[in-house]
Design a protein. Structure first.
Length: 214
């Protein structure tokens, strides 16, 4: 217990960093993911192509490589931001590709007649998607979106290798102070477990309230 009780502030700062990365990257991923899902089912060919390229590239790019590209590549083009903002961009964009596919699968479960009926009433594609299709699709995509955001929380550990304050990165300081690496990692794992169980509990509540009854 000494490794925890003697380093509350270090663990607390790392846990807070992980929570912040998870929350902000999740918001970015959800926003981009829904937009890209809309692009992928849009009647405009250029939008469908853009959405397809976005998903294909990001889903098939290793996350570590994406971190290198964002945190080390963007400053070379004059875009200088704090490393934690770059980490949020990398995590959010990467995860948005998976959110997109989850949302698109939900959109495909909505009967085609729903969209046709909306268009017959004079609604635009954006209105049909936002007021008719997505609310119904939302109910079916709660579990896969929750699983994706749990994966995002665990993927945030990569940010510690790029000078971003997060939970896993605290092991370096603890190792330098001479604490047992095994117990250091045990308490780090407990911290990640707290974050992931919180996300799981939140989506369980959402699923019970709005999910499709099986």
């Amino acid at each position: 217990m000494d490794v925890l009780t003697h380093n509350w502030s270090l663990y607390g700062k790392g846990l807070l960093g992980t929570v912040e990365l998870t929350v902000f990257a999740s918001l970015l991923a959800l926003g981009l993911g829904v937009i890209m899902a809309g692009f992928r089912v849009a009647p405009v060919g250029s939008l469908r192509a853009f959405g397809t390229v976005w998903v294909t590239v990001l889903r098939n790019t290793p996350l570590t490589l994406l971190f290198f590209a964002v945190l080390l590549g963007l400053p070379r083009f004059g875009l200088v931001l704090p490393f934690d903002v770059f980490a949020i961009l990398a995590l959010g964009c990467y995860t948005s590709a998976f959110i997109c596919e989850a949302v698109r699968s939900g959109i495909n479960t909505v009967p085609v007649g729903q969209g046709e009926a909306a268009r017959s009433l004079g609604m635009t594609f954006a209105q049909t998607l936002g007021t008719v299709v997505l609310p119904q699709a939302f109910r079916t995509v709660i579990p896969p979106v929750g699983s994706t955001l749990i994966a995002l929380a665990k993927n945030s550990a990569i940010a510690g290798s790029f000078s971003v304050v997060e939970l896993l990165g605290s092991y370096k300081t603890l190792n330098e102070l001479g604490y047992s690496i095994i117990w250091s990692f045990i308490w780090i794992a407990v911290g990640y477990l707290i974050v992931t169980l919180t996300i799981s509990a939140l989506f369980n509540v959402l699923e019970k309230r709005w999910g499709v009854a099986r």
